[in-house]
Design a protein around this ligand. Structure first.
Ligand code: PEP
Ligand code: MG
Length: 540
């Protein structure tokens, strides 16, 4: 009898292969120690061996996956260097706990501390702490943290650490089926970077499934164990369809995003950071119109300096090879926070001190970012965009600061891009309703449908419980989009859509009929949407 589990598909397509169960639980000594000094010596030796392993892994990952992925192991080295982490293990040992217990208890406490934060990025670091703990223990036990598979398989595991992902034999990994996992974890990031078919949150997995045939489908978020011949036949047909679709989509690379009757729009990609920009380019976007700059801040443990930001933006522009990149300025607050911002606790963070409000309140922070964007602008085709503007006054204040920064750079004789296009996001009903007043002051609008829907329908976008109440095609939202496009066009300004709705193919024709000039979608959606647009005839 086959069994079907449902989880969340993260990336990739569909695979039919045997499962390989990745064992993680090991039983460890529990008795207390008497010789504290020799246990501390063991600790120091183990930590230095772990650092050596991490440095080797860093080099290996750097060659195989590039700097961004390799930096995971730098983070692990930094965590091992954290005096609090070391002190905690040492304290347990000084209280006669054996080294295994001392490491495990420390990892448990640190993991809990991270999991208790409100920040998804910090929560995702729990896997890194567990990874470090496992590494120290496997060194102590003399076991290798390497997993040998005889044949290409789907890895079945409770969760995977980044080191597990990179120590697998890459040529044999066909998929990841995980009981736990999170979309933001480094393991998921590595899986996405390699388009490995991955489904997480599969509830109860069973190690006895090791060796059984399975169908893992990231499109449906399912894992079928011991599929019937009919299910295998169906999966093979689905695979054939996916393969043919891919061949058809490949042919669209380099073609225009135009309807049959000749309406051409810009089809751009959303990007959260510099990571995998080459892979995104491979999907043939015509530019990048939502570079969510806050992700650089979210990954940092302290405010990034102007130089750090400048280098990220410069490298992004160089990698974008002359294509437009719209840098959306810092949208910190609400669901995106980093501890060093010390943001006040708010009753309603989504209605609180976020995005442009925070930047107008902390102007030095804002100016540092603007200087970095303007300076980097000299190295490519940069545009700038401000999030969450709700009034003309706010826009005027923002533009005044931008001009002050330009003036400062001029006075300091620092080269920068003077005439870069400036736009704002329309992501509140207020902004849409006064878009006629905002349009003359900017070069473009980009409609953020994620927040526009949240604020128009008063539905918290983070709250899964509200899904039954969510109508993503709500007439109020569509009316606000149409109104925004009309107001922008009155002043000959272009309008894009950069929220998730831009990828909704059932709305593509509606958006084109509204007169939208640009759509910004996640990279895997570029070619399917181009295909959709090329199939439309707006004259009919
Ligand atoms: C939006 O709100 O639609 C948007 C694109 O911005 P973010 O999702 O980053 O809030
Ligand atoms: Mg938004």
């Amino acid at each position: 009898m086959s069994k079907i589990l449902t989880g969340i598909g993260i990336c990739g397509d569909l695979v039919i292969a045997p499962l390989f169960y990745c064992e993680q639980e090991i039983s460890l000594p529990t008795e207390n120690i008497t010789d504290i000094n020799s246990e501390l010596t063991r600790l120091n030796q183990t930590i230095s061996l772990a650092k050596q392993e991490l440095s080797d892994l860093y080099e290996k990952t750097l060659k195989q996956y590039g700097q961004e992925k390799a930096s995971i192991f730098e983070v692990h080295q930094m965590m091992l260097d954290d005096p609090d982490f070391y002190e905690s293990i040492k304290n347990f040992i000084e209280n006669k706990e054996n080294i295994f217990q001392a490491i495990q208890k420390t990892a448990h406490n640190f993991a809990k501390m991270l999991a208790d934060t409100d920040d998804p990025y910090m929560q995702a670091r729990v896997a890194d702490i567990k990874d470090i703990c496992k590494r120290l223990i496997s060194i102590l036990l003399g076991t290798k943290s390497n997993y040998m598979m005889e044949q290409p398989s789907i890895i079945l595991a409770k969760d995977l650490t980044p080191s597990q992902v990179v120590t697998f034999d890459e040529s044999k990994i066909l998929g990841f089926a995980l009981q736990e996992g999170s979309a933001n974890s480094h393991a998921s990031i590595l899986a996405k970077a390699n388009s490995i078919t991955t489904v997480i949150n599969l509830k109860e997995i069973d190690k006895n499934w090791n060796g059984k045939t399975a169908i893992l489908n990231a499109h449906t978020g399912t894992l079928i164990i011991d599929p019937s011949p009919e299910q295998i036949n169906q999966a093979k047909k689905d695979l054939e369809i996916i393969k043919n679709q891919k061949i058809a989509l490949e042919k669209l690379k380099g073609t225009k995003t135009s309807t049959k009757d000749g309406k051409t729009i810009k089809l751009y990609a959303n990007k959260n950071d510099i990571e995998d920009i080459d892979k995104a380019l491979n999907q043939d976007p015509e530019g990048f119109s939502l570079f969510r700059t806050e992700f650089t801040y979210l990954k940092a443990s302290a405010y990034p300096t102007e130089e750090t930001l400048f280098n990220v933006y410069k490298e992004t522009l160089i990698k974008a090879k002359g294509k437009e990149v719209v840098f959306r300025t810092l949208d910190i607050g609400a669901d995106k926070t980093a501890p060093y911002f010390n943001l006040p606790k708010e009753e309603n963070p989504a209605l609180g001190l976020r995005a442009i409000r925070l930047c107008l309140t902390r102007q030095e922070l804002f100016k540092t970012q603007l200087r970095a964007i303007l300076r980097a602008g000299a190295f490519g085709n940069a545009l700038i965009m401000f999030p969450m503007i709700i009034s003309v006054k706010e826009l005027d204040n923002t533009l005044t600061i931008l001009n002050e920064v330009k003036q400062e750079l001029k006075t300091q004789a620092i080269s920068f891009k003077e005439d870069l296009q400036v736009g704002i996001m329309i992501e509140t009903p207020a902004a849409a309703l006064i878009s006629e007043d905002l349009a003359p002051k900017v070069d473009f609008f980009s409609i953020g449908t994620n927040d526009l829907t949240q604020y128009t329908c008063a539905l918290d976008r983070q709250n899964r419980e509200l899904l039954p109440f969510l109508d993503t095609h709500h007439k109020a939202v569509l009316k606000l989009i149409e109104m925004t496009v009309q107001n922008a066009h009155k002043y000959n300004k272009w309008v894009g859509i950069c929220g998730e709705l831009a990828s909704d193919m059932t709305l593509t024709e509606t958006f084109l009929r509204f007169g939208v000039d640009e759509l910004s979608v996640t990279p895997p959606n570029i070619l399917p949407i181009r295909q959709k647009i090329q199939s439309l005839d707006l004259s009919k």
